[in-house]
Design a protein around this ligand. Structure first.
Ligand code: URA
Length: 265
């Protein structure tokens, strides 16, 4: 048995987990913007020219005869980012300030997937920048990972879902289905060693579980998505409301580290 000390201990303290003992094996394992905007403008123009009569529901659906763009599953990073920036596949595009593509190392070994952008993320165009994001950053640091370095952070949907009152809400099944090809392409391009699903929406969308399935029943096992190991844990926003469950999340992160080590990460 061993304890975490120094930096790790400080981060554990920060996420609300006191001194902890973990198994030794776990411890040991332990300016394209302009170009994207230009491609997005071409995509938007393609969509405008194709509208409305001959246009498929979206010029970016794989079935669209009007689009000469590659299928999402064939896109490179630049094309994918431009496609997301110009996406009109669901009505979330109507209210968005920014699409939130994802952030991090495109060759990251760790991929963290949340639900969808909230108000702060919509305003900034970057995932997890609000209070939940601060907690997520501390969770990453606790396992020796830093935002942008060997980690990629993405969401199930790229635009902020809001209710009639303008408040954040989970994405609908249709919104999730419309957006999943983008996430699937991100996963295929990154080829992470471990995926961590943050919260119910991410876990249920990726594992295709019944809406009644709880995060609690999915925790503690190594699932697979696209052939890659997937660990389920609580969403940082939930942990802010329910700090008592931070210990469970730390156990999940330990399982993720073990999985990472076994996969040779
Ligand atoms: N919650 C999420 O699931 N994703 C974000 O990017 C922000 C908050």
């Amino acid at each position: 048995m061993t304890t975490y000390s120094g930096r790790h201990a400080a981060f554990l303290e920060e996420i609300g987990v006191g001194p902890l003992w973990v198994r030794r094996t776990a411890a040991a394992s332990m300016g394209q913007a302009d170009e994207v905007a230009a491609v997005a403008a071409v995509v938007a123009e393609e969509q405008r020219v194709a509208a409305p009569a001959e246009r498929a529901p979206s010029a970016w659906t794989d079935a669209s005869p009007a689009s000469c763009a590659p299928a999402v599953a064939e896109m490179d990073w630049m094309q994918l980012q431009a496609a997301v920036a110009a996406c009109t596949k669901c009505r979330l595009c109507e209210q968005r300030t920014h699409t939130v593509f994802g952030v991090g190392d495109q060759k990251a070994k760790w991929l963290f997937i949340g639900e969808g952008p909230g108000r702060s993320e919509d305003a900034k165009g970057e995932p997890f920048v609000g209070p939940a994001g601060k907690l997520l950053d501390n969770m990453l640091l606790a396992i020796g990972v830093k935002r942008g370095v060997n980690a990629y952070i993405a969401n199930i949907v790229k635009c902020r879902p809001t209710d009639a009152m303008g408040k954040d809400r989970p994405p609908t099944a249709a919104e999730t289905d419309a957006c999943m090809p983008y996430l699937n392409r991100q996963i295929a391009l990154i080829q992470p060693t471990v995926i961590v699903a943050l919260g119910k929406t991410a876990a249920l969308s990726l594992l295709k579980r019944d809406p009644d399935t709880s995060v609690a029943t999915l925790r503690g096992s190594v699932h697979r998505y696209a052939g890659l190991p997937l660990i389920v844990t609580y969403h940082p926003a939930y942990l802010l409301r329910t700090p008592a469950d931070k210990r469970k999340t730390w156990a999940d992160l330990c399982l993720a580290m073990q999985t990472y080590a076994h996969a040779g990460g």
